[in-house]
Design a protein around this ligand. Sequence first.
Ligand code: ZN
Length: 250
Amino acid sequence: MFFPDSNSSVKLGRSVIKDVYYFGESPMLDCNQFILVDDATGELSLFDSGNGISLKGLLEGMENLGLHYQKITRVFLTHEHVDHVLGLYPLIELLEKNPPTIHAFGETAKILREGNESKIFPGNLGINPATFGLEIIPLDIVDLKLDELIRIGSNFTMKVFHTPGHSHGSVCYYEETKKILIPGDLVFTGGSFGRYDFPGGSLDSLINSIKFVNDLDIKYLLPGHMNISDNGNQQVDYSYRMVQSIKSFF
Ligand SMILES: [Zn+2]
């Protein structure tokens, strides 16, 4: 059985720019997902894996756009939380003959390698792997290095920035020439930003990390939740001002 029991529906996707696809989060504790296509090989890089229950819907949504899940060769994670990583487990099972490599940074890589359930399910969310019909097992993880450039065909060269605050191992992926930022749960559109009250979270770190990305040249902001934007700098700046106002409140 490849998929956890679910009555999940198709995860609708759309092209953001050539070879970049956005699949919006499903309603129940899921995340936005992004696929970048290698223009030379047709291989797919998936950014964040969703909550597992939504995987079937993602694969159907991909198929609708002519993206074949068998071509997923790499999965890049923004951080270790349930809604971003649970899809890894059924995906690896599904692609067992040719499993994708899983890439994560620092503490996130460690947590997934150890199968540390309490860090994947932080705080008192009142949920556990069984809620999703899954079992957390140790995974093989490739450590991301901060000075490495991730090349996806000739079209994308991603930089990895360590941007703690939402969780300790949180990273952003940045494509400088296309001006794409995949910030996970650091910043969202509409002035929102990630929670900092989970273990490993920190408001000061979150502010510093948002300040850092606020200095990047960003057109396409592709966050882990809510809508995406093609007016990235304005959105990040809005979130930066909002998070600073929270700080001054305390
Ligand atoms: Zn999170």
